[in-house]
Ligand binder design. Structure first.
Ligand SMILES: *Cc1c(COP(=O)(O)O)cnc(C)c1O
Length: 352
């Protein structure tokens, strides 16, 4: 029996015995009946870590994003972002429904929203009293679509200045901001200082089972507490989950360097077979083009599953492979052996 190896996402990491103990031992109350002490501790810790006035624990990255959006925007206004960011790819319906805003997505070549592109996005529509006007600029870091690519803090500072110049606030969807921080040596606070609000996920690379933090100005966070309840995201004994998040912040940030090294190894080994091409990963994701195997990405994902490797279909020709807590160097080597077997098997079939 082949032991299954699941490389579809970093949300699939299994919680560690230490995290389980921290959750079991958590001091809890009820967040809607007088407050939950561990949740308060997490929120204070995150506000400090991100250098913001306040922070709010939420159920998901999507909820943190939607609360930020609601807090920053007016109905009928416009959010300038990249077409490939999560907000446009996966949250555009929520954006329209919950906040009544429209997205003005630009096509960046590499996931980096620049002042020039921001200018172009503002200028390409007629701006008059009766038309929509922008109310928010939105970036993502790391950029999921571009295989966990990193936006440098200098680029964000430039965008921040350009947005301020137009009187627009800036939000960062930092579901994987800890990966960007570890990859560049830029602290979470240095990154967060370039934006008004930031959302960071605990259930992605940090390996907790649940949750996200939204950090920003105190008045916006106060409003977000209300909207969180309206959106059905009020929490009760959230201390168990907050304890897991606190544990992740303490124990799982430095180890992201291992995930990044494993992703580089995965890519380097994978492209030793001519069926695969992939750019060097900046963080924990490999986006591999499999067209050299003669299979499209859907066929490749199916064939990989048959040899016990789960990959995520990304585009017609590309698949995504993500390293995470629980994926060791030996796991990577075994996964690549199996994926090479897929390429060889299919290559042999088409040759014969
Ligand atoms: C996963 C992800 C989200 C959404 O997080 P959920 O917890 O799944 O709602 C938002 N933005 C980015 C960049 C993500 O990768």
């Amino acid at each position: 029996m082949l032991l299954p190896i699941d490389l579809r996402s970093d949300t699939l990491s299994v919680i560690t015995p230490g995290m389980r103990r921290a959750m079991a031992d958590a001091e809890v109350g009820d967040d809607l009946y007088g407050g939950d002490p561990t949740t308060r501790r997490l929120e204070r810790h995150c506000a400090e870590l991100l250098g913001k006035e306040a922070a709010l624990f939420t159920a998901s990255g999507t909820l943190s994003n939607q609360l930020a959006l609601r807090g920053h925007t007016r109905r009928g206004s416009e959010v300038i972002t990249d077409a490939k960011y999560h907000i446009n790819f996966f949250e555009s319906a929520a954006t329209a429904d919950l906040s009544g805003v429209v997205l003005n997505p630009v096509d960046t070549p590499d996931g980096v929203l620049t002042p020039t592109l921001l200018d172009a996005a503002v200028d390409r529509k007629r701006r008059a009293r009766l038309t929509s006007s922008p109310s928010l600029v939105w970036v993502e870091n790391t950029v999921n679509y571009y295989g966990g690519s990193v936006i440098r803090v200098d680029d964000l500072a430039g965008l921040r200045a350009a947005a301020l110049d137009k009187g627009l606030p800036l939000h960062m969807d930092g579901a994987r901001l800890p990966n960007a921080s570890v990859a560049t040596g830029t602290s979470l606070a240095e990154y967060a200082a370039t934006v008004d609000t930031v959302a960071v996920s605990f259930a992605k690379a940090l390996g907790a089972p649940f949750g996200s933090i939204l950090a920003g100005p105190a008045d916006l966070i106060e409003q977000a507490v209300v909207h969180r309840l309206w959106f059905g995201g009020g929490l009760h004994q959230s201390g168990f989950m907050a304890a897991a998040a606190l544990y992740a912040l303490e124990h799982h940030i430095d180890r992201l360097a291992d995930d990044h090294a494993h992703a580089r190894l995965l890519r380097d080994l994978l492209v030793e077979h001519p069926g695969f091409t992939a750019p060097e990963p900046a963080t924990n994701m490999v986006v591999a083009d499999v067209s050299g195997t003669g299979l499209d990405s859907t066929e490749f994902v199916r064939a990989a599953a048959e040899v016990g490797v789960k990959a995520a279909r990304w585009t017609d020709t590309r698949v995504r492979l993500v390293t995470r807590l629980g994926v060791e160097e030996s796991t990577v080597r075994e996964a690549v052996r199996r994926l090479h077997r897929v390429a060889e098997r299919h290559g042999a079939l088409t040759a014969g």
